[in-house]
Design a protein around this ligand. Structure first.
Ligand SMILES: NC(=O)c1ccc[n+]([C@@H]2O[C@H](COP(=O)([O-])OP(=O)(O)OC[C@H]3O[C@@H](n4cnc5c(N)ncnc54)[C@H](OP(=O)(O)O)[C@@H]3O)[C@@H](O)[C@H]2O)c1
Length: 285
């Protein structure tokens, strides 16, 4: 499994298994299938409501805990110093582990319309202070953020003692968030791609179908190789063993520089409609 070093020297496998909505069928079974297929990097979150299933699958897989890289995320509506400490303990308990490999602030702001929505600057800084303490105490190996745009990171970095190791962003062909990615690169923050296959919304895109055909691979596989070649850590999710296997393979195929550029500059497609600052987004999305 290919891996990369974070800004704190810790290694992370470049392909992680996304567990969002694995609770729809039999979450435990799906996660165990992923582990048996070879995934050791698992991406969960308090809001996914499946930390117990992830913990159970890890424990019952028979694979040693140290071989896993487990990420969880703090619920956006539980920002703040005290909440962070409490939520972290909850996540550990559900995951049945005594440490996390990575803990992320899931979103920089609470849900739009909540009373604390406008107080995000102070809440993010206080959340981060708690996360830095958890890291110093050895409860979590790396700390980071998710869905943070440059202005959210600017705010955090004004008082942070630790630069986030990771920013997890929606990134796939048709949604490249170039400004946020460039900002992270400049600060030494590794970039993780959520929905690297655009949650399957882009698999019928004619340009991607043509290019996938050229390389003799499927559109999902093209999206994932594209993500890795962009130096993203990718988090594909699938409920099917065949797709899990396909998504784990980083074979000899290399997308040419020209085709990379063509994909990078394709028109917007497959965006989830989720944005950290809801008031800046068109109503209805
Ligand atoms: N930080 C955040 O705010 C955030 C937000 C969203 C997601 N995430 C993380 O990112 C992970 C991945 O994102 P995602 O689940 O939204 O979407 P995704 O991984 O881009 O796409 C998943 C979809 O693609 C299909 N698929 C996967 N591999 C395939 C293959 N080889 N061939 C054909 N279809 C394939 C899956 O179908 P089947 O399941 O039917 O196989 C599923 O419908 C999540 O699970 C979660 O861990 C984070």
């Amino acid at each position: 499994m290919i891996s990369k070093k974070l800004n704190n020297g810790i290694s992370i496998p470049c392909i992680g298994f996304g567990t969002y909505k694995t609770t729809v069928d039999d979450g435990y079974r799906i996660i165990l299938d992923a582990i048996n297929t070879g995934y050791r990097h698992l991406d969960t979150a308090a809001i996914y409501n499946n930390e117990e299933e992830v913990g159970r699958a890890v424990r019952e897989s028979g694979v040693a805990r140290e071989e896993f890289f487990i990420t969880s995320k703090l619920n956006r509506n539980r920002l703040g110093y005290e909440n962070t400490k409490k939520e972290f303990e909850e996540s550990l308990k559900k995951l049945q582990t005594d440490y996390l490999d990575l803990y992320l602030i899931h979103w920089p702001r609470s849900d739009y319309g909540r009373d604390d929505y406008d107080n995000w600057k102070e809440l993010d800084r206080e959340t981060w202070r708690a996360m830095e303490e958890l890291q110093r105490e050895g409860r979590v190996r790396s700390i980071g953020v998710s869905n943070f745009l440059p202005h959210h990171l600017d705010n955090l970095l004004e008082t942070a003692e630790t630069v986030p190791a990771i920013n997890q962003l929606e990134l796939h062909p048709g949604y490249m968030q170039e400004e946020a990615v460039a900002y992270c690169r400049e600060k030494g923050i590794a970039v993780e791609a959520w929905s690297p296959i655009g949650r399957a919304r882009i698999i019928k895109d004619p340009l991607l179908i043509r290019l996938a055909g050229k390389y003799g691979i499927s559109v999902p596989h093209l999206c994932l190789i594209f993500g890795l070649q962009n130096d993203f850590i990718i988090l594909p999710k699938s409920t099917h063993i065949e797709s899990m296997k396909e998504n784990l393979v980083y074979d000899d195929i290399r997308i040419s520089d020209e085709d990379m550029e063509t994909i990078r500059s394709m028109p917007e497609a497959g965006w989830s409609g989720e944005h950290p600052d809801r008031e800046t987004v068109k109503p209805g999305l």
